[in-house]
Write a protein that binds this ligand. Structure first.
Ligand code: GLN
Length: 483
């Protein structure tokens, strides 16, 4: 039962083939079986799940038809769910219990979902391998000596290893798409503003988005419909009509254009990844799409631009962790200043401190124009690149990551190497456009490879439609890890 998709689970529950209590038990049995090997979760919410599953069964018996009624889902541990710990993978928030629900959690509850647990992540979302978690290191179910990617590594592992039916992650520079690609699942970063950030603990507020991580594009569409929409509690959420994403899946691809960005296929790209992506483009061509070459000339500045903007925003967002209002407080201090400083010294990990220092530096008065302001200007150039490219095509296809999952400790000693693994995903956040990763092949050593699709702002329909038609005609998304 743990292998079911959302679609299959909902169908089985409605037909009375099994109950939500049974399905939830099957998921926890699976967790008991594999969690020790993969460490997808920071903590489980067995009691909440038990109550929600019982309530779901009661409603199902009454003929209630909510979109996720009785379906077990997992949440990245930076999304607040009332009464659960929300640690952000950090020591500084290890004992923090959310006093309220994030808007996405309220929406999941209204849709009838069952909360299985909170998943592991790089501390505050800063990382690409989940190695920066204070809690534990998550392992890739396809190869236990490799990382699952990050920062939503725990959510990707939980979906891939069938420890939940689907999950939510967050994506600031690739944190949904890159782990989805490493773990062979589907992950979508929505347009900035599509999904409310209320109750999402902030990393970089102008880049962060919550999004679905699932076994298929069809499931991704269901989840997106549940979580998106204007929210009065988030002024950056967009007041824009929400289409029925599941309906968009059925349209064929005839007459549409897929753009391959010239700059994405150069040195540094693993040949096996390149081959899989090019083959996928051919598949799309055979489904009626025309392939065109497009150019995104400012790609080479994307990583630098992102790390200036993201670190600047992080340095401001993380100033609230001072040992006073909530979270960890150092006990070895004589003065207030010492308490602040010791709390942050003891509570934050190395990468988080590096980002706070970088961010504070680029915002400081002497350097603001040279770095932060310049970064914002480059961001506009990157956004313009996409607007120009989308004059020639409906969707852009590229690798999600330059190579399949890397080994533990392979990049931890060299932050720049780690940052480069986000080279293809970061631009979508800077431009605010939606991006999705779907499985498109395997390396010779059996590791999943991800295809990234990107579309115009608020055109998730096109992404989902292309992704779904691709999955209807290929079987990469049906492969399971050996675990
Ligand atoms: N790996 C990128 C970073 O470390 C992106 C992380 C994210 O999307 N949260 O900032």
């Amino acid at each position: 039962m743990h292998r079911l998709t959302i679609e299959q689970a909902v169908e089985g529950l409605r037909a009375g083939k099994f109950s939500s209590v049974e399905l939830t038990r099957a998921i926890y049995d699976r967790i008991d079986q594999v969690e020790e090997s993969v460490s997808a979760y920071i903590h489980l919410t067995r009691e909440i799940a038990q109550n929600q599953a019982q309530e779901a069964d009661r409603l199902i018996a009454q003929g209630e038809k909510k979109p996720l009624l009785g379906v077990p889902v997992a949440l990245k541990d930076l999304i607040c769910a009332q009464g659960t710990r929300t640690t952000c993978g950090s020591k500084i928030l290890n004992d923090f219990v959310s006093p309220y629900d994030a808007t996405v959690v309220r929406k999941l509850k209204e849709a009838g979902a069952v909360l299985i647990g909170k998943t592991n992540m790089d501390e505050f979302g800063m990382g690409s391998s989940t190695e920066n978690s204070w809690h534990a290191i998550s392992k890739n179910p396809w190869s236990l000596e490799r990382t699952p990617g990050g920062s939503s590594g725990g959510s990707a592992v939980a979906v891939s290893a069938n420890e939940c039916i689907a999950a939510l992650g967050s994506d600031t520079g690739g944190s949904i798409r890159q782990p989805a690609s490493f773990c062979g699942i589907t992950g979508l970063k929505p347009t900035y503003g599509r999904v409310s950030r209320f109750g999402l603990i902030a990393y970089a507020s102008s880049l962060d988005q919550i999004g679905p991580m699932a076994k298929t594009v069809a499931d991704t569409a269901i989840l997106l419909n549940v979580i998106c929409g204007k929210d009065p509690k988030d002024s950056t959420s967009a007041d824009i009509a929400v289409p029925n994403f599941s309906q968009a899946l059925r349209k064929d691809l005839k007459g549409m254009k897929v753009g391959l960005p010239r700059e994405y296929f150069t040195t540094g790209l693993d040949p096996e990844v390149e081959e899989s992506v090019r083959r996928s483009a051919k598949t799309l061509e055979s489904l009626g799409m025309e392939i065109v070459e497009v150019s995104l000339p400012h790609l080479e500045y994307a990583v630098a631009c992102y790390y200036i903007v993201a670190c600047a925003e992080a340095s401001a967002n993380l100033s609230r962790y001072d040992g006073v209002k909530y979270g960890y407080r150092s006990e070895h201090s004589d003065t207030l200043m010492e308490m602040y400083s010791n709390t942050r010294e003891e509570g934050f990990g190395k990468e988080v401190k590096r980002r706070i220092l970088l961010g504070t530096f680029v915002l400081s008065s002497g350097y603001y124009d040279a770095y932060y302001l310049k970064g914002q200007k480059v961001r506009t150039l990157i956004k313009n690149d996409f607007e120009n490219a989308f004059k020639q095509c409906d969707v852009i296809a590229s690798p999600t990551a330059p190579a399949p999952a890397f080994k533990f400790n392979e990049k931890t000693g060299d932050p720049l190497q780690m940052y480069l693994s986000d080279i293809y995903t970061i631009s979508a956040n800077l431009a605010g456009i939606p991006g999705m990763s779907i499985p498109c092949g395997q390396s010779a050593s059996g590791l999943p490879i991800g295809l990234q699709l990107m579309a115009r702002q608020f055109d998730e329909e096109t992404l989902l439609r292309v992704g779904h038609q691709y999955q209807q005609n290929t079987d990469h998304h049906l492969k399971s890890p050996p675990l």
